[in-house]
Design a binder for this molecule. Structure first.
Ligand code: FAD
Length: 323
C-alpha cells in the first residue's frame, strides 16, 4: 500500500482567514492543503467591501478570487469538502470530511468562520436548497418573478428584502417583533417599496412542501396578524450567524458562544492546532482582521513545525531588520 500523504498543514476554511494563511504557509514552503466548502465564505457574499486596505470598493467575490489565485500561486492545494471530524493520532492530526475520506497533517489551522443560524423548525432541513435558503445574494436570481419571504429584523434581512424586491414579484418580511435592529434609514426605505409587505410579531412555525417549498405556517406573537399560512416559492432565513463548533467541543476549548478560545498569536488549547478569523473568540469580525489572523496563524505553524524538528526558527522580517 502506498504511504499516506501527510501534509505539513491543513487549513479548514476558504474565507479570508484560510486564504491568507495559505498564502503565508506557501511562502514558508509548507506543504499545505485547504479543505473548504467554498471559496470566500461570508466575504464572498458581501456585495461591497469598502474597508479593506488598498481598495476603495471591491466585491467580496472579487477579493476572494484574488486571494484564491494568490494562494494557488504559492502552492496551496485545495479540496472542496466539508470537514466533520478531527482527531489527534500520534504525531499527526487526522481530519475526516463528509464523504468519509481522511486527510492527515502535522499542524492544523481552523479558519471556518461563522455559519448562518437555522430556524430549527419542522421542514427546514428537508427543504434546504429546495426553496429554503440562507443567502439572498447567492440565490436571489433563482426567484425572479416569484413570491418570497425573508425572516429576520437586522441589516442583513432588510438588505436582502431590498435586493429581492428588484427580482421577485412579492417579498414578505417576517419578523418576530415590531422593532428592528437594522438601521432606521434602511427600515424606512424598505417600507416604501411597493411589492414589499411587513409581517411583524409572527414566527415561522413550520415549513411545508414535498420536493420543494410550498408554504410556511406562521405562529402569531402578541397581537400579530391572523394570517396563518403563507404560500411561497422562496424563504430566505437571515437571522444571524454562529460559530458551528459542536464537532470540536472535546478537541479544543470553546467559550460560551461556541467560539474557539485563542491566544493573541492564534494558539488554541491543543498544541499544533491554531485558529484564525471569525470562528475564534476575537472581538472583531472583519475581513482585514481575519486575513491578519490567518497570516499570524501560518507563521506560528511554521515556528511550531521547525521547533518540533529541533531546528532554530527564522526571525520574521521585522525582527531580522532590527537585529
Ligand atoms: C453580508 C455580510 C457583509 C459583510 N461585510 C463586510 C464588510 O464590508 N467588511 C468587512 O470587513 N467585513 C464584512 N463582513 C464580515 C466578514 O465577511 C467576515 O468577518 C470574514 O469573512 C470572516 O472571515 P473567515 O475567513 O474567518 O470566515 P468566512 O468568511 O466565514 O469563511 C469561512 C470558510 O470556511 C468554510 N467552512 C465552514 N465550515 C466548514 C467546514 N466544516 N468544513 C470545511 N470548510 C468549512 C466556508 O465554506 C468558508 O470557505 C460581512 C459579513 C457578511 C455576512
Amino acid at each position: 500500500m502506498p504511504e499516506k500523504n501527510i501534509y505539513d498543514l491543513i487549513i479548514v476554511g476558504g474565507g479570508p482567514a484560510g486564504l491568507s494563511a495559505a498564502i503565508y504557509a506557501g511562502r514558508r514552503q509548507l506543504n499545505t492543503l485547504v479543505l473548504a466548502k467554498n471559496i470566500g465564505g461570508q466575504m464572498g457574499i458581501s456585495d461591497q467591501i469598502e474597508n479593506y486596505p488598498g481598495f476603495d470598493f471591491v466585491t467580496g467575490f472579487e477579493l476572494a478570487q484574488k486571494m484564491f489565485q494568490q494562494a494557488q500561486k504559492w502552492g496551496a492545494q485545495f479540496e472542496f469538502r466539508e470537514v466533520e471530524k478531527i482527531i489527534s493520532q500520534e504525531n499527526t492530526f487526522v481530519i475526516t470530511v463528509g464523504s468519509g475520506q481522511e486527510f492527515s497533517a502535522r499542524a492544523v489551522i481552523l479558519a471556518f468562520g461563522l455559519t448562518s443560524r437555522n430556524l430549527e423548525v419542522p421542514g427546514e432541513k428537508e427543504l434546504q436548497g429546495k426553496g429554503v435558503t440562507y443567502c439572498a445574494t447567492c440565490d436571489g436570481p433563482l426567484f425572479k418573478g416569484k413570491t418570497v419571504a425573508v425572516v429576520g429584523g437586522g441589516n442583513s434581512a432588510l438588505e436582502s428584502v431590498e435586493y429581492l424586491s428588484k427580482l421577485a414579484s412579492k417579498v414578505y418580511l417576517i419578523h418576530f417583533k415590531n422593532k428592528f435592529t437594522a438601521v432606521p434609514a434602511l427600515v424606512d426605505r424598505v417600507k416604501t417599496i411597493d411589492n414589499v409587505e411587513f409581517i411583524c410579531c409572527a414566527r415561522v412555525e413550520k415549513i411545508n412542501g414535498r420536493n420543494k417549498l410550498e408554504s410556511v405556517d406562521l405562529e402569531n406573537i402578541d397581537d400579530g396578524p391572523a394570517k396563518k399560512k403563507l404560500e411561497l416559492d422562496g424563504l430566505f432565513v437571515e437571522i444571524g450567524y454562529r460559530a458551528k463548533t459542536d464537532w470540536l467541543k472535546d478537541f479544543v476549548e470553546l467559550n460560551q458562544s461556541g467560539e474557539i478560545i485563542s491566544s493573541r498569536d492564534g494558539k488554541t488549547s491543543r498544541p499544533g492546532v491554531f485558529v484564525a478569523g471569525d470562528c475564534s473568540d476575537s472581538q472583531y469580525k472583519q475581513v482585514v482582521i481575519a486575513a491578519g489572523q490567518g497570516a499570524v496563524a501560518a507563521l506560528q505553524v511554521y515556528n511550531y513545525l521547525v521547533q518540533k524538528q529541533g531546528k532554530k526558527i527564522l526571525p520574521d522580517w521585522g525582527k531580522a531588520r532590527s537585529t
